[in-house]
Write a protein that binds this ligand. Structure first.
Ligand SMILES: [Zn+2]
Length: 142
């Protein structure tokens, strides 16, 4: 298992840190944990390929954790080098579907993809995905 920090900042602009995000590589699965501002553009410099992300796990819907989510879908659908066919699993809090529907309504076919986007809204639950076990737990937000 390997975790690569792509951003450890907050909503406050910072020349040294992107907003929250990181890549977790485990069991042959690549998970993007949060997708704050600057995270998408930090992926190429991390040695990973954003087109290979299997799962996006959003801890909560504050903008400093989700701002690049629409940009990720936009890139996956408009990057001429992206021929993605595998589904993209989104693990997110229970309010995510409304956020996602509003995003799609706002951007229309800009966010349409040739692959399936599967949304799994979760609370404090756990499940198996491939060879890994994912468990979500509530934490305090500072
Ligand atoms: Zn927050």
């Amino acid at each position: 298992m390997k975790y690569t920090v792509l951003g450890s900042g907050s909503c406050v602009p910072d020349t040294k840190k992107n907003s929250s995000g990181g890549l977790l590589e485990a069991g042959g699965i690549l998970i993007l944990v949060d997708c704050g501002t600057g995270v998408l553009h930090a992926i190429p410099g991390s040695g990973y390929d954003y087109k290979e992300i299997d799962v996006v796990c959003l801890t909560h819907l504050h903008l400093d954790h989700v701002n690049d989510f629409g940009a990720l879908l936009f890139a996956l659908s408009h990057d001429p080098e992206c021929k993605r066919e595998k589904e993209l699993l989104i693990i997110a809090p229970k309010e995510f579907s409304q956020f996602y529907e509003n995003l799609k309504r706002l951007y229309g076919d800009t966010l349409e993809n040739s692959f399936d986007v599967v949304v799994r809204e979760m609370g404090n639950e756990d499940f198996d995905y491939g060879d890994i076990h994912i468990q979500l737990l509530q934490t305090f937000h500072t």
